[in-house]
Structures are given as C-alpha cells and as structure tokens.
Design a protein around this ligand. Sequence first.
Ligand code: UTP
Ligand code: MG
Length: 575
Amino acid sequence: MRHYKKYIKKYGFLFSVAIVFLMIEAICDLLLPTILASIIDNGVANSDLEYVLNMGGMMLLVTGIGALGAIIRNIISSNLSQKLGAELRSDLYRKIQSLRLEEMNQFEASSLVTRLTNDVNQVQMFVNGLMRIMVKAPLVCLGSIFMAVRLNASISWVLLLVIPIVALIIVLNVKISLPFFMRVQKATDRLNGVVREFLSGIRVIRAFNRGRFEQSRFDEKNEQLSGTSMKAMRIMSIFSPGISLTVNFGIVLVLLAGGWNINDGQMQVGEVVAYVNYMTQILISLMMITMIFNMFVRARVSAGRIGEVLGTNNPLEVKAEEASIRQEGVVFEHVYFSYHGTGEYVLKDVSLSAKPGETIGIIGSTGAGKSSLVNLLLRLYEPSEGSIYINGENIRAMDSKRLREQIAYVPQKSTLFTGTIKENILWGKADADMDEIQHAASIAQANVFITRLPEGYDTQLGQGGVNLSGGQKQRVSIARALLRDAPILILDDSTSALDAVTEQRLKEALSEDGKGKIIFLIAQRITSVMDADHIIVMENGKIAGAGKHEELAKGNSVYKEIILSQLGTEMETSG
Ligand code: UTP
Ligand code: MG
C-alpha cells in the first residue's frame, strides 16, 4: 500500500471535507425517526396540531440539510475519484514506460492494459464508494443502534441477537469472495491477451485462415471470464438476502415484543414505529457495508495488481560508477548475455571495437545473436558479464537518455506509428525543418516514393490511413533514424526488404553522408556487408570471424559457407 501514500497525502484533505458532509447527511438520517416518534407519541396521541406542525417543519428542515450535504458530498466525491483515477493511470503509464524490457516481460502486455484501465477503475469506484457510504453506513448503523437503545432499552436483546449473525455473514462474504475476484481479474487479463494477439497478428491469422480458431480461443476465454464472474456474483448473492432475512426477522421480533410492551404500558406506539425505522436503517446500512466490502475486496485485488507494476524497481536509471577506458568509438569487452538472466547465453565472450568513420558489417545466420548485440548497445538489456563502452565511457554509467541520443537505430521490424509520414520521421529530431526531413528521406531512398503519394509527407499512416509496403516502411524508418544525425547508426537488417539497386543506392548515399559515423550494418546477405570496413561473422552467439571481406572469404569457414550458399562457387574463388 506504500505506493498509495502520495495520493492519500494529496487527496486526504478533500476526502475529509467530503466525509464531514457525509456525517451531516448521516446525522440528519438518524434524527428523523426520533422526531417521528415524538410527533406520534406527543403530537398525534395528544391531538396537539401545533406540535405536529412544528415538528413536521423540523423534519422538513432536517431533511433539507441532509439533502444539501448529500449534494455537496456528491460533487466532491465524483471530482476527487475521477482526478485520482486519472492521476493513478498517468503515473502507472509513466512507470510502464520506464520499465526495462525484462521487467515488461514479467507482465503480459495485455495484463498491463487491464491494470491500466480496469484495475484503476476498480480502485476509483471504491474510493468514490468510500465517500458515498463507507463512513456513512457504519455511522448510521452504530447511530441507529445507539438511538434505538436510548429510545427503549427493553427490547435491545433483539439487536444483540441480530448483530452477531450479520457480522458473521459479512466476514464470511469477504473471506470467500476475495479469491474469486482475483480470478476474475486474471480472466480479464487472459481475454485482453487474446484480443491483443488477434489484433496484432490479424494479417497472419487471415492468411492462415485461423479466424475460426481465434474465435474459439476468444469464446473460451470469454466464457471463462463470464463463468468466473458469475461464480463470484452467485456467491455474493447469497449474502445480501441472508442479511436482509436476519434483520427482517429482527423487525418481526420488535413488532411482537413491542406489541406486548405496549399492552403492558412499557412502550408507546411511536417508539415501536421509530424502533422499526431504526432497524430498517440498520438493515440498509448493513447492506451498504456488504456492498462496500465487496467493492473493497475487488479494489484490494486491483490495488495489489497496480502496486505490482508501481513497485517494479528499474535499476536501469541507477547509475553505477564504472571504470572507463581510453578508446574512441564503440567497444565490447568480453560480453556475455542471456535474456532470462540465467540459462544459456545468447552472446558468448563477444569483444569488438569500432572507430568513428567505420562501417561494421555484422553477418550470421538467423538466431546467431546479431540483434541481441545491438540491443545491448542500446541498453535495452544489460549484459550478464563484460562491459560496453562508447568513447571510453561505460554505458552502464551513462544516463540512458544521453546514451540513446548518440545512437540512431533502425529496428529489424519497422514500426511506424499512427500519424503522418512527416510526424513519424520527426521522431528522429522533433525540431527538424522540411529540408532536413527531405534530406534524410532522400538518403534513405524514401523521398521519391513519398512525394509520389497524393498527400506526400502529410499522408496519414496506421489506423484509418495508408499502409505502406514492407520496403517503404523500412525506408521511412531509416529516414527517421538518419534525421537524428547521431554519431552511431545501427541498421538491423534494415535493407532486407529493399531490392538490390535501391540497397546499393542507399549504401552509396550513406557512405557519402555518414562520414565520421560508426555504422553497424546487420544483414543476412553477403552483398549487403561485403564492402564494409570490418565484417563480424556471428555464429551461435559467438564471433566466428572478423576482418575484411577478402580475408574472411579466404580463411573463415563460416563466412565461406555463407558465400557458398548465397553466391555460388565463383565468388569463393574470385574473392
Ligand atoms: P537474435 O534476435 O539476436 O538473433 O537472437 P539474430 O541474429 O538477430 O537473428 P535474425 O537474423 O534477426 O533472425 C539470438 C537468440 O536469442 C534468443 C533467440 O531465441 C535466439 O536464439 N532470444 C531473442 C530470446 O531468447 N529472447 C528475445 O527476446 C530475443
Ligand atoms: Mg535480428
């Protein structure tokens, strides 16, 4: 609950104001039956019209004050709970953004979405409910008991009988329903998971005709959710009638005992009426208490789930003072890395260095660890062992913002966002002007196709907009990276969807424009990397060879094999 202190501090005062108005409301509710009793017993019984009118006016006044309190409290509570919800969502979102990828993987993306929406809603509803009834209900309940006993102590044994039974029912309710609500939230996660996977994989699902399978997967999760919810509701539904039965039974006892007492002259009619009134108020407030408890149970589950995310500490931002080295450019020193912290390394003893102005080609079969290598340079993950330096500085000791400012990255899977092409390219540098954008786009070989689009750079992408071809997307994401004009450029298989001619043009333009930069060029095709200054051959997470094309083509068996498989035998002999 420590994550919620901040909100308690911030909203505590307003919350207390709401509670004050709630108390006014509750006190008014409590006064009414007693006034009613005195009207009946003093006014009606003595046919005193003036007394009846006066006390009637009094009742009206008390009701009016209560209503006013309710209105003000309502305004405060809705405002407060909405603001709190919005702030909680925003904080949670910020936290999610700061999570390291490993941490993100702990939660399913869909579960993060549920936590951000549904779970926050539960908490918000609970806080709102809290200001509505939480304090009022116990107040009215205890107050009614007090007023009833004060009015006439002789039949208070009814209360002694009813209250323990009701308390037991409430406790049982909370105990039993908590695990159910945990299951309901988990089932919501799973349902969101199916939808998310469907939406992100819609093309493949259609292409493989898996629509029906996905539907049945959805139906299954949907039924699980409704089934679990129904079970939870069913259990809860036993409790409310249970309470109402018990209290109504108490009211019958009051009427019976009251009847005898009136005959004996120990009690007056108005007192019995008021007593029944108080019993009804006790009933209503007990129902509210059960309701708020149920809300509480759900909110507790949700608050726990939100707290899990808020409590994930990301040591990424914690700067360790790491030793620096004297070498310009990028240096990897005996880097080992595994995605899951333990288990098999996907990078083993990787050492390499790249000086400004150099283009480093990285080649290797799929799964060899090429992308993992650059993920580490971007510090999306931390190496298990070994260190990485940029211009002599250990990247672990660098502020991640500053680190990423030095790197322009074209990911293996081009990801563009909703918005215009121009907006997407501007991600590279928010304040770039049109000339810079066009310059970056022409190097990326994207300018020509973009200007041919009817709306050019203002073409909308994504939801409701144009969808670009794979190669076009790649080129836009290259332009986005180039606009950044960072000293290090990473192209992770970024030319895979380009034809040979376009790729060649891109490389020429890059070598022209990228003078003095370090370029990491990851590729599967030999032709993409063969003219790099330095080629690194990756195999099974290890560097299987490094050097220039000619050297590798002569002496490196892995490289020779790749050449053989891609270019045929001629190249081997001529290279
Ligand atoms: P890489 O993603 O580094 O391989 O995965 P790569 O060389 O770039 O491959 P291509 O050319 O893009 O296809 C290296 C290893 O790391 C594992 C993969 O299973 C692979 O064996 N891996 C990758 C993970 O365990 N988790 C990930 O998130 C990514
Ligand atoms: Mg890769």
